[in-house]
Write a protein that binds this ligand. Structure first.
Ligand code: G6P
Ligand code: MN
Length: 446
């Protein structure tokens, strides 16, 4: 079997150990020749990289492994690029979440003004990464799960429309499928989902078992009766448990489809704002929890020179998905994933150039997405408003336009009020100095 060369961009991420374990676990189905971790933060990466050395010495001794801050070493002769960068790190995530909350607006990593700020930071680094990768590995598959995926995908599509080896994908639909599996006591790998929406903004309309039965009505009924929990509930922080439990409310109000959990911020912005603590947000929870735990465990493994007794990774749904996606492409498995792609009629009453999230068969030629036809007025209305926000955000980036940024935030359902949008924008501009392009007034095209 062919052995692949893989680079992980954002090697110093808290998610990397899980991904390394998934690669190790899957070495018989997706064998690696060479693995490189690449990060611009040498210090963080070293801790993870030294952990990786111990892990691979024990479980993958044949692997050619290296960690580096050098682009050429990282990107040369690669088959797959797994990209999970976070421009600005958790320090900026904390600001993304806290600044809007000061104005009584949702503070969240990918939704609302937080997602807007993060998007404006991510675009430049993502485009640069693709340029660098293409210089050294013109044919490598770039699997991207950098956030906010909707904004990043839109920006990439404007510059690299003809590059058919870039795939934007999010793990939340997989997390949801696994959670439905737990609810029904079924294997989620057997589900055939029908899904439509935008990233972090979509719905499962059907979920077929292998006999052709639609499981959605049954799942709705169970959630309405007993609530909803993530598949790995035992390892989740309270905020994630709250996020899943609100799906019950969403189904009471809008029972048509199974909603992506992120819709909570758009359906219930006022309620959610009241629940969020402006002084202690998800970024704090992650920094005090996952980040501390992962880095401490990695240090310990490196020190002891063995992984025996260590439990760096609890939840590896994220890592598993990425490795399985790569395998599905590499070996033309044609498994179904929910991916982000240009609409072109998939949702027939949504504009062609929208980057939508739908189910697709994934094989050696990339995704072949499934169309869903016409969607109802409520979903169309929600999607078009969010889509306009996403497009205007990317316009603001490329045109360096203050007005487009203001329009984007005003259109976001978590903001709505233009005066509030302006105050938040002005503060985000200050906080993101050096990360964002300079936004100028009076230069916006219509
Ligand atoms: C889900 C989403 C990701 C997001 C992550 C945040 O997996 O699909 O896009 O980055 O949640 O998780 P965290 O634990 O960092 O809040
Ligand atoms: Mn996601």
């Amino acid at each position: 079997m062919k052995k692949y060369n893989v680079v992980i961009v954002g090697g110093g991420s808290t998610w990397t150990p899980g991904l390394l374990q998934s690669l190790t676990k899957n070495k018989n189905v997706f064998p690696l020749n060479r693995l490189v971790l690449f990060d611009i933060d040498a210090e963080r990466q070293k801790i993870i990289g030294e952990y990786a050395k111990v892990l691979f010495k024990e479980k993958y001794p044949e692997l050619d492994f290296q960690y580096t801050t050098d682009k050429e070493i990282a990107y040369k002769n690669m088959d797959f690029v797994f990209c999970q960068m976070r421009t600005g790190g958790y320090a900026m995530r904390e600001l993304d979440e806290k600044i809007p909350l000061k104005f009584g607006v949702i503070g969240q990593e990918t939704c609302g003004p937080g997602g807007f700020a993060y998007g404006m930071r991510s675009i430049r680094d993502m485009l640069q990464m693709i340029e660098d990768v293409r210089k050294y590995s013109p044919n490598a598959w770039i699997l991207n799960y950098t956030n906010p995926a909707a904004i990043v995908a839109e920006a990439i599509n404007r510059v690299y429309k003809d590059d058919k080896r870039i795939l934007n994908i999010c793990d939340q639909p997989v997390n949801l499928l696994r959670s439905y599996g737990r609810l029904l006591d079924m294997d989620p790998y057997e589900f055939e989902p029908v899904y439509f929406g935008l990233n972090h903004f979509g719905w499962f309309t059907h979920l077929y078992d292998k006999f052709g039965n639609d499981l959605v009505p049954k799942i709705k009924e169970i959630i309405k009766r007993q609530g909803f929990k993530p598949v790995d509930a035992e390892q989740r922080d309270q905020s994630w448990l709250d996020t899943y439990s609100i799906v019950k409310d969403m189904l009471e109000d809008f029972p048509d489809y199974l909603p992506n959990t992120y819709l909570q911020y758009y359906y219930y912005p006022e309620y959610k704002v009241k629940k969020l603590d402006p002084n202690y947000t998800r970024a704090n929870e992650v920094m005090d929890g996952r980040e501390k735990r992962v880095f401490a465990e990695c240090r310990l493994v490196a020190e002891k020179g063995t992984t025996a007794g260590s439990s760096v990774v609890h939840n590896d749904a994220h890592g598993d998905m990425i490795v399985e996606v790569a395998e599905s492409i590499a070996h033309n498995k044609n498994r179904i994933y929910i991916i982000i792609t240009e609409n072109n009629g998939l949702i027939s009453n949504i504009q062609d150039d929208a980057m939508v999230e739908v189910a697709a068969i994934l094989g050696v030629n990339g995704p072949r997405p499934f169309g869903v036809g016409k969607i109802g007025t409520f979903y169309k209305g929600l999607m078009e408003q969010q889509l306009a926000y996403e497009k205007l955000t990317v316009d603001a980036y490329f045109e360096q336009s203050y007005e487009k940024a203001l329009q984007a935030l005003t259109l976001n359902r978590t903001v709505v009020d233009a005066k509030k949008a302006r105050k938040i924008l002005d503060e985000l501009i200050k906080a993101n100095k050096g990360y964002w392009p300079e936004l100028k007034k009076g230069r916006s095209k219509k």
